[in-house]
Design a protein around this ligand. Structure first.
Ligand code: CP
Ligand code: NVA
Length: 329
C-alpha cells in the first residue's frame, strides 16, 4: 500500500504498511501495545481470540530467522489464520520476477505480507505495488517489529515509557535505528554509544529528533559505552556482525571490543536497569554470559513479546481496531 506518513494522532492502522516505525504516530504505537497486552492476557487465560479466521500472511525471508519466523507462524495460528512461507529460493525477488509483479500477485491471495530483506528499497517497492499491508521483518535500515516488542517489555517492567532512558551500545544499524524512532515516539530519552564509523544514519537521527521534539524525548550520541549507559533504565545491544556483513567480522570485533556489555558496564546504569538484546546473541562478544543470564536480563521476555505484539499488529493492520471488541479490555 503506498506509504503515507502520519502525525501523532492515530487514524487507524487498517490497511497500512509497517516499513519503519516512522510510519506510525505515538497514538498508533500506544494502540498496538494496548492490543498486545489484551491479546497476551487472553492467551494466558486461554480465552478464544481467533480474530483472523481464514486470513493468510505471506512470509518472505531473504535472511535466516528463528524468532521472526516462529512468532509470525504461531501468531497467525493463534488468530485462526495461517502463515504461508513464500520461500525466497522459489520467489527469487527481482530475479525470476520483478518486485512489483510479485506484489501484484501476492495481493490477490494473502491478507498481508511480512518480508525480511537485505534492502529497504525492496520493501518500499512491494508496498507501492500492493493493496495489502507490507510488514518489515528486518531490513538493512530497520527492525520495527522487534522494537514494538521491546517497548512492550519496557512498559511491562516500568509501567510507562515517557521519561525513561534507554542506552544502546554497539552498531548503529537496523535495530539501533528502530530503537531511536520507537523511543522518540514514546517520549523516552535514547542514548546511543558507538565506535567512530559505526554511528547511526544521520538522516534517521534527525528524523528521530524531530519526532522526539513532539513527545518530550531526546536522542543523544556518544563515542563511549560508559557515557551512553550512565544511569540508564535499560542497556541494549545487538550483534557486532549483522547478517550480510560477515566479511567485515575481524575489523568489527576489534572496533566494538570496548562496547561489550559486561558486569562493569552494567554497574554504570541505574540499579534497577534491565539488559536487552534483540537476539541472536553472540556470547563473549557483545554481551557476557554473566549479563545475558543475570537477573537484569529481559532478553527472553523480549523474544516472547514478539509473539504478542505481532498478533496485535496483524489484527490491527488486517481488520482494524473494531476486531478487538470481543476481547476483554
Ligand atoms: N530478533 C530477531 O529478529 O530474531 P530472528 O533473526 O531469529 O528472527
Ligand atoms: N542487526 C541484526 C539483527 C538480527 C535480528 C542483523 O541485522 O543481523
Amino acid at each position: 500500500m503506498p506509504s503515507t506518513n502520519t502525525g501523532p494522532a492515530s487514524r487507524g492502522l487498517k490497511g497500512r504498511d509497517l516499513l519503519s516505525l516512522a510510519d506510525l504516530g505515538s497514538a498508533d504505537v500506544a494502540s498496538i501495545l494496548d492490543a498486545a497486552e489484551r491479546l497476551k492476557r487472553a492467551q494466558d487465560a486461554e480465552l478464544p481470540h481467533a480474530l483472523l479466521p481464514a486470513r493468510t500472511l505471506g512470509m518472505l525471508f531473504e535472511k535466516a530467522s528463528l524468532r521472526t519466523r516462529t512468532t509470525f507462524v504461531v501468531g497467525m495460528a493463534h488468530l485462526g489464520g495461517q502463515a504461508v512461507d513464500l520461500m525466497a529460493e522459489h520467489t527469487q525477488m527481482g530475479v525470476r520476477e520483478s518486485v512489483p509483479d510479485i506484489a501484484r500477485n501476492l495481493e490477490r491471495w494473502v491478507d498481508a505480507v511480512m518480508a525480511r530483506v537485505y534492502d529497504q528499497n525492496v520493501l518500499e517497492e512491494l508496498a507501492e505495488n500492493s493493496r495489502v499491508p507490507i510488514i518489515n521483518g528486518l531490513s538493512d535500515r530497520f527492525h520495527p517489529c522487534q522494537v514494538l516488542a521491546d517497548l512492550l517489555t519496557l512498559r511491562e517492567r516500568f509501567g510507562s515509557l515517557a521519561g525513561r532512558t534507554l542506552a544502546y551500545v554497539g552498531d548503529g544499524f537496523n535495530v539501533c535505528h528502530s530503537l531511536m524512532l520507537g523511543s522518540a515516539l514514546t517520549g523516552m530519552h535514547v542514548r546511543i554509544g558507538t565506535p567512530p564509523g559505526y554511528e547511526p544514519d544521520p538522516d534517521i537521527v534527525d528524523q528521530a529528533r524531530r519526532i522526539a521534539g513532539g513527545s518530550g524525548g531526546t536522542v543523544e550520541l556518544f563515542s563511549s559505552a560508559e557515557a551512553a549507559v550512565h544511569e540508564a533504565d535499560a542497556v541494549y545491544t545487538d550483534s557486532w556482525v549483522s547478517m550480510g556483513l560477515e566479511e567485515e567480522r575481524a575489523e568489527r570485533v576489534a572496533a566494538f571490543a570496548p562496547f561489550q556489555v559486561n558486569a562493569a558496564l552494567m554497574a554504570g546504569a541505574a540499579p534497577d536497569a534491565v539488559f536487552m538484546h534483540c537476539l541472536p546473541a553472540h556470547r563473549g562478544e557483545e554481551v557476557t554470559d554473566e549479563v545475558m543470564d543475570g537477573p537484569q536480563s529481559v532478553v527472553f521476555d523480549q523474544a516472547e513479546n514478539r509473539l504478542h505484539v505481532q498478533k496485535a499488529l496483524l489484527v490491527l493492520l488486517i481488520r482494524g481496531e473494531a476486531a478487538l471488541q470481543t476481547l476483554p479490555s
